[in-house]
Ligand binder design. Structure first.
Ligand SMILES: [Mn+2]
Length: 294
């Protein structure tokens, strides 16, 4: 069965030592084996001691982020691109120091609603920068996982097909796709087919409901998604991502449009999500076993 991870914003948007300890304890108690930390500021906590605590509890870490318009590597402005490269290299270092193997999220453009079309030169700047950062990441033992997001959160990569073409041009073996059901539900003609099409370029996976709340309380048809993950041969972590106005991060909550409260009780939410994902994975494995033709 795939390891199951949880996005830290289910617990808190903060990164004080107390916030991090609470995320670690609650995730571990509920059976999660990875915590995804977005926008971690290494100046706010003791990185080696937190990395040690995570390792002691056998909890893995993934680091995710999105670039800002001021450091968008898909810009045509060389100084903006250079700023983005610095931010990405710093994120690779933070991931390495935390013992994370994956850096994911919107690494290839700003995480933002664009009001313009992407340009050929901007796309090339993004490809060239990702290639450079990938080489530094390889030396740090970290993979880059480009999160394919919906049209309101980037203008550059909105579908798996676009992501695969981009990876082809980057041409580095440690760059993968980070797919997310919430976004695929908006953009893909068939999310399950998109997961199969990603093949061995699938590096990280987010499970979220159509309204970002409780799994099963939206419109996403989950069984075909889990069948496709098994068909793909993806054995890595499936991370639960959910946002509510109960936990507010001034940047991420605004960009992702979290205006209302889809849950209050994060312990109940996380317990339910772990059971839901376990059920879905178990059912998909059973379907696969009983439908296999000799
Ligand atoms: Mn996501």
């Amino acid at each position: 069965m795939n390891p199951i991870g949880i996005h830290a914003f289910v617990w808190s948007a903060g990164s004080t030592p107390a916030d991090l300890d609470r995320a670690l304890e609650r995730s571990s108690e509920l059976g999660y084996t990875l915590i995804e930390f977005p926008r971690l500021d290494p100046k706010k906590f003791d990185v080696p001691s937190f990395a040690r605590k995570m390792a002691e509890r056998k909890i893995g870490i993934a680091v995710t982020m999105g670039l800002l318009p001021a450091n968008d590597i898909s810009s045509e402005d060389a100084s903006v691109v250079a700023a983005g490269e610095r931010v990405l290299l710093e994120a690779v270092s933070v991931a390495r120091d935390l013992g994370a193997k994956k850096l994911g999220g919107i690494l290839f453009s700003a995480h933002s609603k664009y009001m313009t079309m992407p340009t050929a030169r901007g796309r090339q700047n993004s490809i060239d920068t990702i290639r450079k950062v990938a080489r530094a990441a390889a030396a740090a033992g970290v993979t880059l996982n480009l999160e394919i997001v919906n049209r309101f959160e980037s203008n550059l990569l909105n579908t798996t097909a676009q992501g695969l073409a981009f990876l082809e041009e980057v041409g580095e073996p440690n760059v993968y796709l980070h797919l997310d059901v919430f976004h695929m539900n908006i953009e893909e003609a068939n999310p399950a087919d998109a997961i199969r099409a990603a093949g061995d370029r699938l590096g990280y996976f987010h499970i979220g409901e159509s309204n970002r709340g409780y799994l099963g309380a939206g419109t996403i048809e989950f069984p075909p998604i889990f069948d496709a993950l098994l068909d793909n041969g993806y054995t890595d972590t499936v991370t639960f991502e959910s946002f509510s106005s109960a936990v507010v991060d001034k940047d991420l909550s605004i960009i992702t449009g979290i205006w209302r409260n889809t849950w209050d009780d994060n312990i109940d939410l996380a317990r339910h999500a772990h059971a839901f994902i376990t059920d879905q994975l178990t059912s998909a494995e059973r379907r696969r076993r009983i439908t296999r033709t000799p």
